[in-house]
Ligand binder design. Structure first.
Ligand code: NAD
Ligand code: VAH
Length: 312
């Protein structure tokens, strides 16, 4: 059985579907503290902080792989840093300990939020200085190192990518700094003006959901000897500013209007790279993104329009 934690979130909703298609619905167990509104697949409520419940589930269901997606993201984390640290660190420990005990392979996503401070912001290399400015980033750096520790010391097969901001139509984001890049499409399709919480020039690394899900499946599929980095791999998709994504949407939705009212999230964005170098992921396990900004924009709008008309 494949176990997904935080499966009801932005990425888990889509990754869960992809894993069910690949391994069979009965073989993928989705878990979260929040139950999905409606579902026709195996789901159980699991708080990743409940170590006994996690061990019970992993042991009794014969879990062989864990995709650990439960986390508190950057913006939400700054509003309650201690809680974010607790969920992100203790949740990961419980997963790593369960994987060690029951012999599971683990996917533990990291983020471009590991960077900050003195990190070069352009073409940020894989092995750059890590000086995160958010509790979320600090937890991701620590999590990367604990993953590497469990691999080196106990042979737990943990794999990880540093996702950029993920954009997809299938689910809503859960409290990050890059969430604007999803919200903006929903406003455009509804014919509403959008007020962006980042400044027009805030350039960030981003990735379309299809690429993110494919990267996850590809790194988990790769032969173990190809995974040479056991902290986390940089993976790159595209990068853009709010002004550039606005222009890309306006090319498809003439008259779409955006206003800018940067809030505390602008400072978080300013601490992150503008684009990252993913040469290692490309060389080691063949990573290659498929979507650029115009492709993503057309696909997002087409799918959101279809969903809107189906709902009528
Ligand atoms: P999300 O916020 O949409 O989903 C996280 C899920 O975790 C939520 O459904 C939430 O209910 C659940 N959760 C929270 N606390 C929990 C607990 N104690 N026990 C069990 N479940 C709990 O996040 P996401 O965007 O799907 O992110 C998934 C992973 O990918 C996270 O590790 C995140 O840091 C990472 N990531 C995401 C992005 C992105 O842009 N979405 C970028 C970089 C990294
Ligand atoms: C956030 N989307 O904004 C997440 C992510 C790329 C950053 O980790 O918090």
């Amino acid at each position: 059985t494949i176990l997904i934690t935080g499966a009801n979130g932005q990425i888990g909703t889509v990754l869960g579907q992809a894993l069910r298609e690949r391994f069979g619905t009965a073989n993928v167990l989705s878990t979260d503290i929040r139950e999905p509104a409606a579902y026709d697949f195996p789901f159980e409520t699991l708080d990743v902080l409940d170590r006994n419940a996690m061990f019970e589930l992993v042991g009794s269901r014969g879990v062989t792989q864990i995709y650990h997606l439960a986390a508190i993201l950057s913006a939400k984390g700054e509003l309650n840093p201690q809680w974010a640290w607790e969920v992100n660190m203790s949740g990961l420990f419980n997963v790593l300990e369960a994987a060690k005990k029951f012999g599971c392979k683990v996917f533990n996503p990291s983020s471009i939020a590991v960077y900050g401070g003195e990190t070069p912001k352009i073409d940020t290399p894989q092995h750059a200085v890590l000086q995160p400015q958010t509790v979320y980033g600090i937890s991701k750096v620590a999590g990367e190192h604990w993953s590497n520790y469990f691999y080196q010391k106990f042979g737990v097969d943990v794999r990880s990518v540093r996702y950029p901001g993920i954009v997809g139509y299938q689910s809503m984001p859960g409290g990050g700094t890059t969430d604007y890049a999803v919200d903006i499409f929903h406003h455009a399709v509804r014919g509403e003006r959008y007020t962006c919480f980042l400044a027009d020039h805030a350039r960030l690394p981003m990735m379309y959901m299809d690429d993110a899900v494919r990267a996850t499946i590809e790194i988990m599929d790769a032969p173990a000897e190809q995974i040479k980095i056991r902290t986390s791999y940089n993976i790159s998709g595209m990068n853009f500013t709010p002004a550039e994504i606005t222009a890309a949407i306006q090319a498809e939705v003439p008259g779409f209007e955006v206003a800018y009212e940067p809030d505390f999230r602008q400072k978080i964005a300013e601490s992150w790279p503008e684009n990252i170098d993913d040469a290692e992921a490309r060389a080691d396990w063949g990573w290659k993104p498929a979507y650029n900004l115009p492709d993503m924009t057309r696909d997002m709008l087409a799918n959101l329009r279809e969903m809107a008309s189906a709902a009528l």
